[in-house]
Design a binder for this molecule. Structure first.
Ligand SMILES: Cc1ncc(COP(=O)(O)O)c(C=O)c1O
Length: 424
């Protein structure tokens, strides 16, 4: 039981023993020794099929050879310069090539930094204050967006974080996901809105798909009110398609945030968009954003290798992910139906989630209605069978290109046992 021993030590020196709250689960999380492809091993030698996948970051799987090789090469010539490099231009061109809505892009380190910068840009550009977000969308751990957020905040019941300033959060207006009428009404009542931020596919309240016309409606409405629309594609960028959810749904936002699969396991994120907005960034403009590690050559080389691999193999990777995800989702759905367990399963592309409820899950409220205790029971049973999914109802199951048919078979056996345990 080395994980237990390590957790006891960790709790003494790290708050709650973890460096991000979503990693904690009862009675203690397993400690990781190594990973490869679709697998992750704990310090006790147990092997898991990994469907947490760095919360969606590892689209190409762990230790992907093209990326490890690019990073190994880069390590030989330096890790941090804090002066411009040619590879930053190469990466920016790759991002712009994949995302037609992006004229210019600035590299940052994390998704939180990307959304913080996007919001500051929207405020700087419009000279307005308020931001509209959708309940349950998670955009990172900063005050403007840590309001009725999903993911760990929803899991731990934090609607507004202690220590967050009400002077800041009062400028964040919250509307229901999949409710474009409500967005329109709020915009009619407020003429001080700087931007609307949305996860085009909501992957932080479990998985919630946008209704048929939701994204095109909010695009139309924000245009009509001259309010910049920010697509937070930290999860969906490169995952839903090489051009993200915006390419998949054919919508052009004004600003886009990217992270996770942009670096396939390396620390990198980005904010990009229309040049008249992006040019507000200092030193050309007066919207300040800065970082010591932004555009560091290690992350940039990893990202270039990731994007080139995704672009080169797109006709193989994305259809395979969709085929595997559909197969997994339909089989889990059938098993739960056979066991007469009330449930919903939402899936698309390489993402899925099950909810133990009778009603379709389309927003924060319907997701909250699902039986999260049953989900925890299922999670624990899956773990026991060697299948690792994120430990919360308010997260998503992520597939990677490294998953194999053997992984799927093992996973389906594990779900069968887990669903039986939920029934009892
Ligand atoms: C949609 C979305 N935006 C932003 C973030 C924040 O990214 P990071 O954890 O890299 O700060 C996340 C993290 O899960 C996310 O899912």
């Amino acid at each position: 039981m080395n994980s237990k021993k390590l957790f006891d030590q960790a709790k003494k020196v790290i708050p709650s023993g973890v460096n991000s709250p979503v990693r904690y689960f009862e009675p203690y999380p397993f400690f990781v020794k190594k990973s490869q492809g679709s697998s992750i091993w704990d310090v006790d030698g147990k092997k898991y099929v990994d469907f947490c996948n760095g919360y969606g970051a590892l689209l190409l799987g762990h230790t992907r050879k093209e990326i490890i090789s690019a990073v190994s090469q880069q390590l030989k010539t330096g890790t941090l310069f804090c002066a411009p490099t040619e590879i930053e231009i190469e990466l920016s061109k790759l991002i712009i090539g994949n995302f037609p809505s992006i004229d210019k892009v600035r590299l940052v380190n994390t998704g939180s930094e990307a959304t913080m910068t996007a919001i500051r840009l929207a405020r700087g550009y419009t000279k307005k204050k308020k931001i509209i977000k959708f309940e349950g969308c998670y955009h990172g751990a900063h005050d403007s967006v840590l309001v009725k957020a999903g993911s760990g905040a929803a899991h731990h019941g934090i609607s507004i974080s202690d220590g967050g300033l009400s002077e800041v959060s009062k400028h964040t207006l919250v509307v229901q996901y999949n409710n474009s009428k409500e967005l329109e009404q709020v915009l009619k009542k407020n003429n001080d809105v700087a931007g609307v931020i949305v996860e085009p596919i909501l992957a932080n309240m479990g998985l919630i798909l946008p209704g048929k016309n939701f994204l095109s409606e909010i695009r139309k409405i924000t245009r009509r009110f001259h309010v910049p629309l920010i697509f937070d594609e930290v999860v969906t960028g490169f995952r839903v398609s090489p051009g993200g959810a915006q390419k998949y749904f054919g919508i052009k936002p004004d600003l886009t945030t990217l992270g996770k699969a942009l670096g396939n396991g390396f620390v990198i994120a980005a904010v990009g968009g229309r040049k008249e907005i992006m040019n507000q960034l200092t030193p050309t403009g007066k919207v300040y954003q800065a970082s010591t590690f932004a555009g560091n050559p290690i992350s940039v080389s990893a990202s270039i290798a990731s994007i080139k691999t995704m672009n080169k193999l797109k006709n193989k990777i994305y259809p395979k992910l969709e085929q595997y995800c559909t197969l997994l989702s339909r089989a889990i759905d059938d098993m739960a139906s056979d066991l007469k367990i009330p449930h919903q399963i939402n899936f698309t592309g390489s993402m899925l989630q099950i909810f133990f409820t009778n009603k379709p899950v389309i927003d924060f409220r319907t997701s909250k209605n699902a039986d999260a205790k049953k989900f925890q029971k299922m999670f624990r049973s899956l773990l026991k069978s060697g299948v690792f999914i994120a430990p919360s109802q308010f997260e998503t199951v992520f597939l990677s290109d490294a998953h194999t048919k053997t992984d799927l078979n093992k996973t389906l056996d594990a779900y069968q046992t887990a669903l039986k345990s939920v029934k009892n």
